[in-house]
Design a protein around this ligand. Structure first.
Ligand code: ADP
Ligand code: MG
Length: 187
């Protein structure tokens, strides 16, 4: 389990990244860390891409139904411009953001903020997704989570698309995707 560095021990900011396949618990883990920061009386600002409207316009919601309020934004520079009053920044679905999210996270961390960012490391073809490879590289702490393979019960790292579209982005849940291990993903 990830234990937050205590803010008195780290004078500077830092970036934590939580990645993995769909259903691996990224949003659950992001919400857990953000709720703990709130309990510690830290000012927490949470952002999500406006295009992700699967559950709620202004909340981040996990598959096990924990939720937390979030500000929907169209572009990563909106996060930078709205972050001033927060010491902890949470960002979900980072794979859907533009490439500028990488510089935005670095600037926020350099300003002394704790940045916690969650996203899909791979798309439905098993390729790195959007800005995630660079975010993985620049993060100070990386957590890779795994789901349960829906075919064999093994350790799932992949998001297998069960529908026929070939677009990289198809918003959906169990209607379009299932978590799969390497073997069952390549069947
Ligand atoms: P993510 O953000 O990575 O898509 P969530 O945090 O929203 O994941 O959801 C994680 C929860 O999803 C788990 O706690 C569990 O209740 C549920 N879940 C549904 N299908 C699976 C699966 N195949 N493997 C693991 N958890 C699953
Ligand atoms: Mg999620």
């Amino acid at each position: 389990m990830f234990i937050e560095p205590h803010s008195n021990q780290e004078k500077t900011g830092w970036i934590e990244l939580v990645c993995g396949s769909m259903f691996s618990g990224k949003t659950e883990e992001l919400i857990r860390r953000l709720k703990r920061a709130t309990i510690a009386n830290q000012s927490v600002g949470i952002f999500k891409p406006r295009m992700d409207v699967r559950y709620d316009d202004s909340k981040i919601v996990s598959h096990n139904e924990s939720k937390i309020n979030a500000i929907p934004v169209d572009h990563s520079n909106e996060i930078a411009s709205r972050a001033a009053s927060f010491s902890v920044i949470g960002i979900d679905e980072a794979q859907f953001f533009d490439e500028e999210i990488i510089g935005v996270c670095e600037v926020l961390a350099n300003q002394g903020k704790r940045v916690i960012i969650a996203g899909l490391d791979m798309d439905y073809t098993g390729k790195p997704f959007g800005p995630m490879p660079q975010l993985l590289a620049i993060s100070n702490y990386v957590t890779k989570l795994h789901a349960v393979c829906m075919k064999c019960g093994g350790v799932a790292s992949y998001s297998y698309r069960t529908s026929t579209s070939h677009d990289q982005v198809v918003l959906g849940e169990k209607d379009h995707y299932e978590a799969r291990c390497r073997n069952c993903f390549t069947l």
